[in-house]
Design a protein around this ligand. Structure first.
Ligand code: FUL
Length: 517
C-alpha cells in the first residue's frame, strides 16, 4: 500500500462528477470556493455538498468484500514477478458460488475480484495477452473466473466489482503509450462482456515493468471510458468517487467528513461544463487526521463529496497462505472493525482470499459466521423503538420509522443545535448508540452528546463529532427510561434519519469502549 500512498500524492485528473443543481443553496456534488466567500459562506457550501446517486448507493452497501486470488495463491507470495508460468494456476475445486454465498451470509452486499493483480496474470480469457487463465490447466484453459463470480453475484443478488491493477509486471508494452491502449482494451472486455459492473477499483502502485520502465497512467482517459461503459459504477481509490481511508487496519477516523477540500478544481472547466461532465482533480495525502474540519476547508479552493472506504484483510496477507490458516481474524476482532469502519461513516472492504482449492477456507467461513451472528444478536432489537419523542423540529416520527430516506430536522436552517429526548418504553439496558444523518441532503453534524436520566439529572453516556451515513458508539452499559441526544454543533440545520439503542452481544470491558487499533 506504500505505492498506493505515493500514488495518492500524484495528481489525478478526474472526470464527470455531477453538478446536481445550480445556485448557492442548492445541492451539488462539489462547490467552488470564491475568493470573496466568507467563512460562513464556506460552511454553508460544505453543508450542501451531496453524494452523486452512484456514491449514495455505494455508501448504503456498508459491507463489501475483496476476493484476492491469482498466481500468488499458488506461489505463496503477496506480490508476484510477472514471470510466473500460467500453468501454476490450477485451483482443484474453484467454486465462486461458495465465495459469494459465504459473503452474502456474512451480510456483504458487493464483492470485488482481482481480475488482474500487479503480476499481470488475467483471471478472464482476455484477447489482450497470453498471460491468463486460458493458458492454465484449470478447466483445460476454458475457464473464466470473472464470469463465475459475476454469475454467482447475479444468482445471489450481490453487486460486483473489478480490481484491475494498473501496474503490470508482465506486459511487454508497460512503460509505453501502448500500455494505456492495452489497459483500455482490458477495461472494455471487463465492462462490456459481463453485464452490469458496480465498482472499478484501482490502487496506486506504480512499479517497474519487465523492461525496467515505469508507466505514466492515463487515468483521465480510463475514467472517461468507464463512465461511458458503466455509468453507474463507482471508481474507487485512484478514482473520483471513493477515497482510501488511509490505513489497511480496518479502523477509520473518529471524525470522518465525506466532504473534503479539492484544491485544484478546474474552475474554467467547471464553468464551461456546468451541468455536464466536469473536470476536477482531488489530490494530496488522504491519510491526515481529520480531512474535512472547518480549519481544513477554510482555505480550500473547492469542496467535493469524496467518502472513505476502509479496506482490510481477514488474514495478515491479501492472498491466501496456508501458514495463515490460524491467523484469521476472530469474530470479535471483525466486530471491532465493523464498529470502527461502518460505524465511523465508512464502507468496509473486507478481503477474503480463496485458497489453492479455489474455496474460502473453513477458518475464514467460521470467523465470518461468528461475526454475522454477533451483529445479528446485537442489532436484532432497537431499545428506542416505541419511544415517545420530544424535540423542537420537524418530522419527529422519522427518527424511529426504520426508513433512511425520511429524517428529523430543526425548524429552520439557523437552528444548528437540537435536543432530542426519548422516553423509552420502560427501563432498558443498552450500550451501543447508532445515529444516521440523511446524507442525501449533506453531512452537517459536528458535535453531539448522548445522555441518560439518572438520579434526577442528565449523565453523559458518550459523545462524538461527525455522524455521516452511520455512526456507532459503544459505552459502558446504561439502564434508563429516558435519554437525550444533544446536537451541540452543525454546519446547517442537522438531520437525523434514524436513531438506535442496542445491547452489544459481546459484553465485557474489551468491547465496551471505542478503541483504536
Ligand atoms: C495494494 C496492493 O499492492 C496489495 O497487494 C493489495 O492488492 C491491496 C488491496 O492493494 O495496493
Amino acid at each position: 500500500m506504500k505505492c498506493l500512498v505515493a500514488g495518492m500524492l500524484c495528481i489525478l485528473l478526474v472526470t464527470s462528477p455531477q453538478v446536481l443543481a445550480q445556485g448557492t443553496d442548492d445541492k451539488q456534488n462539489f462547490y467552488i470556493i470564491r475568493p470573496n466567500d466568507t467563512e460562513s459562506d464556506i460552511i454553508r457550501k460544505a453543508a450542501n455538498v451531496v453524494p452523486t446517486p452512484r456514491q449514495l448507493r455505494w455508501q448504503q452497501l456498508e459491507l463489501t468484500a475483496f476476493f484476492h486470488i491469482g498466481v500468488n495463491t499458488f506461489t505463496n507470495r503477496e506480490w508476484g514477478t510477472g514471470k510466473e508460468d500460467p500453468k501454476i494456476f490450477n485451483p482443484s475445486q474453484l467454486d465462486a458460488r461458495q465465495w459469494v454465498r459465504v459473503a452474502k451470509e456474512a451480510g456483504i452486499k458487493q464483492v470485488i475480484l482481482t481480475a488482474k493483480h500487479h503480476d499481470g496474470f488475467c483471471l478472464w480469457p482476455t484477447a489482450t495477452t497470453e498471460h491468463s487463465v486460458k493458458n492454465s490447466p484449470w478447466k483445460n484453459g476454458q475457464g473464466d473466473v470473472m464470469r463465475e463470480v459475476v454469475e454467482a453475484c447475479q444468482e445471489y443478488g450481490l453487486g460486483v466489482g473489478v480490481y484491475l491493477s494498473p501496474w503490470d509486471m508482465n506486459s511487454p508494452v508497460y512503460g509505453t503509450d501502448a500500455y494505456n491502449d492495452l489497459f483500455v482494451a482490458q477495461l472494455t472486455e471487463l465492462l462490456t462482456n459481463y453485464g452490469q459492473i458496480d465498482e472499478v477499483w484501482f490502487d496506486g502502485a506504480n512499479g517497474e515493468g519487465p523492461n525496467g520502465k515505469k508507466q505514466v497512467y492515463d487515468f483521465d482517459r480510463w475514467y472517461r471510458h468507464i463512465r461511458k461503459l458503466q455509468p453507474t459504477a463507482t471508481i474507487a481509490i485512484m478514482g473520483p468517487d471513493v477515497r482510501w481511508v488511509g490505513t489497511e487496519t480496518g479502523y477509520g477516523r473518529e471524525t470522518e467528513w465525506s466532504v473534503v477540500p479539492a484544491d485544484n478544481l478546474e474552475q474554467e472547466a467547471v464553468a464551461a461544463n456546468s451541468q455536464q461532465a466536469v473536470a476536477f482533480k482531488p489530490q494530496g495525502d488522504m491519510r491526515g487526521e481529520v480531512l474535512g474540519s472547518r480549519e481544513k476547508i477554510r482555505n480550500a479552493k473547492g469542496l467535493v463529496w469524496y467518502p472513505a472506504e476502509t479496506d482490510v484483510s481477514i488474514r495478515p496477507g491479501w492472498f491466501y497462505h496456508p501458514g495463515e490458516d490460524d491467523k484469521v481474524k476472530s469474530p470479535e476482532k471483525l466486530l471491532d472493525i465493523y464498529y470502527s469502519s461502518v460505524g465511523r461513516n465508512g464502507v468496509l472492504l473486507l478481503n477474503i482470499p480463496p485458497d489453492t482449492r479455489g474455496l474460502i477456507h473453513e477458518s475464514d467461513v467460521k470467523a465470518l459466521q461468528g461475526w454475522a451472528k454477533l451483529r445479528q444478536d446485537t442489532f436484532a432489537r432497537n431499545f428506542a423503538n416505541g419511544a415517545k419523542v420530544k424535540a423542537a423540529g420537524r418530522n419527529k416520527h422519522a427518527l424511529l420509522d426504520g426508513k433512511y430516506d425520511t429524517h428529523f430536522t430543526t425548524k429552520s436552517a439557523k437552528d444548528t443545535t437540537a435536543i432530542i429526548e426519548l422516553r423509552l418504553k420502560g427501563e432498558q439496558t443498552f450500550d451501543v448508540l447508532m445515529l444516521q444523518e440523511n446524507i442525501s441532503v449533506g453531512q452537517r453534524i459536528e458535535k453531539f452528546t448522548f445522555e441518560y436520566w439518572k438520579e434526577g439529572q442528565w449523565q453523559k453516556a458518550t459523545e462524538g463529532t461527525t455522524v455521516g451515513y452511520k455512526r456507532l458508539l459503544r459505552f459502558e452499559p446504561v439502564t434508563a427510561s429516558k435519554v437525550r441526544l444533544r446536537i451541540a454543533s452543525s454546519r446547517l440545520n442537522p438531520t437525523i434519519s434514524e436513531i438506535g439503542l442496542y445491547k452489544n452481544a459481546l459484553s465485557g470491558a474489551n468491547y465496551s469502549a471505542n478503541k483504536q487499533e
